[in-house]
Ligand binder design. Structure first.
Ligand code: SF4
Length: 350
């Protein structure tokens, strides 16, 4: 193993942080041996906090309408070939009821930035969900909104919020997003969410166009500094109807190495093995766990709309009923030595 990379791995495991240039060196030297070493230490760091438990969150993708035009995204506004859908509040709540029956105690309500879902409407959905299932946590993943909007949703009962920062480098951000979107605003949203008492999830794509090891180093330094409660990372996967259609996908290997690094930065972090990881490799989720992840988010959306929420090509969507997909997830993870926990409980987030 590269001696300096080996030393940095040990330093990271001991101190839970590195300098920017050290992260860059490590990202640049993620060969098989370094990754195996990182993964072993990541599992060791996870063990005393979470044991072999893997948390499941029920994902409800409730609208594929979006006013934004992120260059990498299959449901961007300018993709006119994309078949759009929007679930009614009743449909959203019935997905949650069905998930509750299966044992899910955390629901992630995710959508594009859809103007149809005003504060009033979204708050009423969150309130109804919390009234029906007071023992559940509600996570929102509905993009950038105003401080006041986040405050209303929090007041209505939302507990957690996922908003990927996408890249910690403003110039890189500007190459992935249209002119109307700003890195500064994205970061402000994350700070607002934190101030309002949400458990906050940040995150980024691995291997996105123009990304360099220096950019990834900045992402890791940002995670170290911001200390999000959750961090969603997954490989960039191109979508055929976007300007990045011909760009290469991010790799499984680099994503796994970065998952381990993030586990070592914050041993108690909630770290999903994302759908994108499962998309680029059939064993992606299990390998994610081996690298230090501890969350999976099975899809509870109705089967007929799942194939329409296509952020990227070939997105894994079994079409199985939620009950069957939970059973098969449990089977696969049990084989890999993990215990699927459906309740909301996790030691770091109430
Ligand atoms: S990444 Fe999110 S905000 Fe951007 S176009 Fe896609 S759904 Fe909309």
């Amino acid at each position: 193993m590269d001696t300096k990379a080996g030393e940095l791995v040990h330093k990271l495991a001991g101190e839970h942080g590195l300098a920017l240039d050290e992260y860059e060196y490590l990202v640049d030297h993620l060969d098989e041996e370094v990754r195996a070493h990182l993964a072993a230490l990541a599992r060791e760091a996870r063990e005393p906090i979470y044991g072999h438990d893997v948390f499941v969150r029920g994902l409800i993708e409730f609208s594929s309408y979006c006013k934004n035009d992120c260059l990498y995204c299959g449901i961007r506004a300018s993709n006119t070939g994309c078949e759009r859908y929007r679930l009614t509040p009743e449909q959203i709540l019935s997905c949650a009821d069905m998930g509750y029956e299966l044992g899910f105690r955390t629901f992630v309500l995710q959508s594009g930035e859809d103007r149809h879902f005003t504060d009033e409407l979204l708050c009423s959905i969150v309130r109804a969900l919390k009234e029906a299932h007071p023992d559940c946590a509600v996570t929102l993943s509905v993009g950038e909104r105003s401080y006041e909007s986040y405050a209303r949703l929090r007041e209505a009962g939302a507990d957690r919020y996922l908003l990927r920062h996408e890249t910690a480098n403003p110039e890189h951000y500007a190459r992935l997003h249209p002119a109307g979107m700003s890195w500064e605003h994205r970061m402000q949203c994350l700070r607002d969410l934190r101030e309002l008492g949400y458990a906050v999830g940040a995150g980024f794509m691995v291997g996105s166009p123009f990304q360099t090891p220096a950019d990834l180093a900045r992402d890791l330094a940002f995670i170290q500094e911001f200390q999000p409660e959750m961090c969603g990372i997954g490989p960039f996967v191109p979508h055929h109807a976007t300007p990045f259609a011909d760009e290469p996908a991010g790799t499984l290997e680099q994503t796994l190495g970065l998952l381990s690094i993030i586990r070592l930065i914050k041993p108690g972090i909630l770290l999903p093995a994302t759908t994108a990881l499962g998309t680029i490799d059939p064993r992606g989720r299990e390998l994610g766990m081996e690298a230090g992840a501890n969350v999976v988010m099975p899809n509870l959306s109705p089967g007929d709309v799942r194939s329409k929420y296509l952020l990227y090509d070939n997105k894994t969507s079994t079409g199985d009923e939620a009950a069957e997909s939970l059973r098969s997830l449990k089977r696969h993870l049990a084989r890999a030595g993990y215990n699927v926990v459906t309740d909301r409980g996790d030691p770091r987030i109430s």
